[in-house]
Design a protein around this ligand. Sequence first.
Ligand code: 13P
Length: 252
Amino acid sequence: MKKLIAGNWKMNGNLAANEALLRDIAAGLPAQPACAVAVCVPAPYMAQFKAMVAAVPVLSGIDLGAQDVSSQQSGAFTGEVSAAMLKEFGCRYAIVGHSERRHYHGETDAVVADKAKAALAAGITPIVCVGETLAEREAGQTGEVVKRQLAAVIHTNGHCISEIVLAYEPVWAIGTGKTATPEEAQAVHAVLRTQLKAATDQVARVKILYGGSMNASNAASLLAQADIDGGLIGGASLKAPDFLKIIAAANA
Ligand code: 13P
């Protein structure tokens, strides 16, 4: 399966920094990357990304993603951005259920499942994030937690589950410099793959990304695992040389 390397810029950047970052990525992007590449930018910068693709054609090889999407279609939901709005700006992906949204915004498994459904209905691929906290890992609950999180999305989306991208992001590895070992990550990915297999006969279509302190030096060993189909990259996606090295690792 073609791997996917997706940058999650989180709440970082400004017009000048984004332009420099995207130009540097464009300059180093292989002419025909063997992997798919995406950047999930803050919503106000989607227009900038679109404008830059027109100015720097190489950037058309990078797909645009959002970091969140409303579960609602339209109406009195102040501050929310609908999937249809994202679609108008050419978004191919929307991250849903990132642990930072679950933690700071109280998003439940059911809300995350509804967001995935809203994205799919608008023709946007949700990148559904699951992952355990350190306390849950230490209590031996990792499998149970990620299965519960994925089960909600399967329940709400039925056979459309084959259209999602799944991302395993252990909360304790996000932004901490602590990465799951390739073996630890692979073990959880295998659990998720088995769960997906029971829900769809199209499991071969579903990419399962790893996220959590993936960087230029550990990407190759993580991406070499049988069930790791790409990466969701935070900090390292803000530095062009690092992001390019991860793309190169996925191409190898
Ligand atoms: P870091 O790569 O900064 O650990 O962030 C991972 C992440 O949360 C991507 O969504």
